[in-house]
Design a binder for this molecule. Structure first.
Ligand SMILES: Cc1cc2nc3c(=O)[nH]c(=O)nc-3n(C[C@H](O)[C@H](O)[C@H](O)COP(=O)(O)O)c2cc1C
Length: 178
C-alpha cells in the first residue's frame, strides 16, 4: 500500500474509535528481530513535554512487555473492520508460543523512523519512540478501577511513545473527508 505521511493528530477521532472497538495492534520487536503483535484497547494520543505522544498500557505478563524492555520502540496500527477477528486473535494468544504475524498472515513492513515494523494491511500507523514509562501503583488507583481491572494484580506499565511518524492509507483519508 502506498502510504501518505500525515500530521500526528490528523485522525484522532478515528484512532480513539478503533481503539475502543475492535482494538488496535501494537507491534514490538526485541533482540531476536522477530516482530510480535498484540491487541490494545486502552491508550491515548496527545501532547506531553511539548511532544506528540501515543500512550499505551501494557501489563508485565505480556510478551510485548519483555520486547519493549529490549527495544524501547513500538508501532500502533489501526486495522480496518475486516481485521476484527485478527485483532481478537492477537489479543488472545501470546507471542511466546505463537508467531502471530505468520498465523494471521499480517505483513510486517519496515517503518521509516523506528526499528520495529508497521503492518502493511493497516490503514493508519504510528511510529513511536518510548520517552517515559510509569508503573501504575495500586495506591494511586480509585477503588472501583482497582477492583474492576486489577483483581489479579499485573498492574500496567504506561509507555509514553513520542510519535515520530504517522502514515495513512489515502483511501482512508478521503473516506474521512466525506
Ligand atoms: C481488544 C483487546 C484489547 C486489549 N488491550 C490490552 C491493553 O491495552 N493492554 C494489555 O496489556 N493487554 C491488552 N489486551 C490483552 C493482550 O492483547 C493479550 O494478553 C495478548 O495475548 C498479549 O500478547 P503477547 O503476550 O504476545 O504480548 C487486549 C486484548 C484484546 C482482545
Amino acid at each position: 500500500m502506498l502510504r501518505k505521511t500525515v500530521d500526528p493528530f490528523t485522525c484522532l477521532k478515528e484512532t480513539i474509535q478503533i481503539l475502543a472497538r475492535p482494538g488496535a495492534l501494537l507491534v514490538t520487536m526485541g533482540k531476536r528481530e522477530v516482530p510480535n503483535v498484540m491487541a490494545i484497547g486502552w491508550g491515548s494520543v496527545g501532547i506531553v513535554w511539548g511532544k506528540p505522544v501515543f500512550v499505551v498500557l501494557v501489563r508485565p505478563s505480556r510478551y510485548s512487555f519483555t520486547l519493549l524492555k529490549e527495544r524501547g520502540q513500538f508501532t500502533v496500527n489501526l486495522p480496518s473492520p475486516e481485521l476484527s477477528e485478527v485483532v481478537a486473535y492477537c489479543g488472545s494468544v501470546s507471542g511466546r508460543e505463537h508467531d502471530k504475524f505468520r498465523e494471521t498472515r499480517l505483513t510486517p513492513e519496515a517503518a521509516e523512523t523506528v526499528a520495529v515494523p508497521v503492518i502493511e494491511e493497516c490503514r493508519l500507523t504510528y511510529e513511536c519512540q518510548v520517552i517515559a514509562t510509569v508503573d501504575l501503583l495500586p495506591e494511586g488507583l480509585a477503588p472501583e478501577v482497582k477492583s474492576a481491572c486489577y483483581a489479579r494484580g499485573d498492574f500496567h506499565r504506561v509507555y509514553y511513545g513520542e510519535i515520530l511518524r504517522v502514515t495513512a492509507d489515502p483511501d482512508f483519508l478521503s473516506g474521512m473527508a466525506r
